[in-house]
Design a protein around this ligand. Structure first.
Ligand code: CP3
Length: 355
């Protein structure tokens, strides 16, 4: 691969960009999905004072929260503090974040009338606060580590827009796709168009990498995943991959790793329900794999975490790997355990030399 991504040169730690570009690396870069969040007391202190969307919409707060895990846990990349649900919000749906209930969308999309109420917004108007936050974060990071921007995959966004809340099955969202296929695809296309513009502006503001979160991709069978989810993810990848590397994380959708790689993405996230060796067989070579430590296992004693992290790194074979969890870090994770996870990856080179 010979792509030269434009932000690369300014970074002191460019391990993540190197591995996504296909370069050899001294050791895998490490970051954790949902690394800015409730397991950090410093985050909880800000959560006492400001509501969730105040934290997202105030660039100074979003910036402070984004940088907390860089300073406290020592990860090799920052990820913008925001949420995937700012996209449906910008499209005209109300989104609330209710304590201990998660996201609530009081007027979900179920009928043509509901559908008619939403539109593809001007992202520079509705999501300007995100781009302002990115500019501030880049300034404060001062090249220490790259900044990951992100968006939800259209299918995962549709899940919330139709179901109106979190769910284990997203049965209403699936029913909508199977009873109103034309409206569902029109909605997926509107989300896609919004998301492409949104990701491009994140990059213009300074995001070095974009990750697409398809948290509910695994709820669809292989054919439906390709038709309802991957088709739209592909458009997003094509929209941004000439500017920055793209990572697709479609939880549970390991059956389509090969096809995800064929979109032109630079990295693929995997969860803990597939062996790294099997994921590599399915994805082929020439693409980075990201993952896949079970976040619940961060509850293990520190010596166990260190041993299991080393095993994970061996299983990935050291190369073309971004060390991460297989899903977001859990709120009850002790900070010391998160640090042990990160340190065990950083020491890997030394460990290998001693073997
Ligand atoms: O990774 C990071 O640190 C960056 C910030 C980030 C958040 N949400 C902040 C957040 C990212 C990348 C997300 C993505 C997101 N949001 C996803 C995809 C990733 C995944 O975990 O599957 C999804 C499905 C959402 C939707 C969402 N937002 C849910 C279901 C919830 C409530 C449950 C939960 O995990 O807290 C949120 C709220 C949310 N988004 C919080 C944070 C830090 C918790 C807010 C709080 O209570 O303080």
């Amino acid at each position: 691969m010979t792509i030269d991504f434009h932000h690369m040169s300014h970074l002191k730690n460019d391990l993540l960009l190197k591995v996504l570009r296909g370069d050899a690396i001294e050791r895998p870069p490490v970051w954790m999905m949902r690394q800015a969040g409730r397991y950090l007391p410093e985050y909880m202190a800000l959560r006492e004072k400001y509501s969730f969307f105040e934290r997202c919409q105030t660039p100074e707060l979003a910036c402070e929260i984004t940088i907390q895990p860089i300073d406290i846990v020592g990860v090799d990349a920052a990820i913008l503090f925001s949420d995937i649900l700012v996209v449906p919000q910008a499209m005209g749906l109300e989104v609330q974040l209710v304590e201990s209930k998660g996201p609530i969308l009081p007027e979900p999309i179920r009928t043509q009338d509901d559908f008619n109420r939403i539109s593809v917004p001007d992202v520079n108007d509705k999501l300007q606060y995100v781009f302002n936050a990115i500019r501030l974060i880049k300034k404060e990071l001062n090249g220490r580590v790259p900044l990951i921007g992100f968006a939800g995959a259209p299918w995962t966004i549709l899940c919330y827009m139709v179901q109106g809340k979190g769910s284990k099955t997203f049965d209403e969202a699936k029913a909508f796709c199977y009873t109103h296929p034309e409206m569902a695809h029109a909605l997926l296309q509107m989300i896609t168009d919004t998301t492409i513009a949104y990701c491009k502006e994140q990059v213009a503001a300074g995001a070095d990498v974009v990750q697409i979160f398809d948290s509910w991709g695994g709820l669809l069978g292989p054919d439906d995943f390709k038709n309802i989810s991957l088709r739209y993810i592909r458009q997003i990848v094509h929209g941004v991959r000439d500017e920055v590397p793209v990572i697709i994380f479609a939880k549970g959708a390991w059956h389509s790793l090969k096809q995800m790689g064929e979109t032109g993405a630079n990295g693929l996230g995997i969860d803990w329900c597939i062996e790294p060796q099997m994921a590599r067989k399915l994805a082929g070579h020439g693409i980075a794999l990201q993952g896949n430590f079970d976040p619940a296992k961060l509850m293990s004693p520190i010596p166990v975490i260190r041993k299991e992290v080393r095993q994970m790194l061996e299983d990935f074979g050291g190369q073309a790997h971004i060390a991460n969890l297989g899903h977001g870090i859990l709120p009850n994770t002790p900070v010391d355990h998160a640090k042990a996870f990160v340190e065990a990856v950083k020491e890997y080179e030394n460990v290998k030399l001693k073997m």
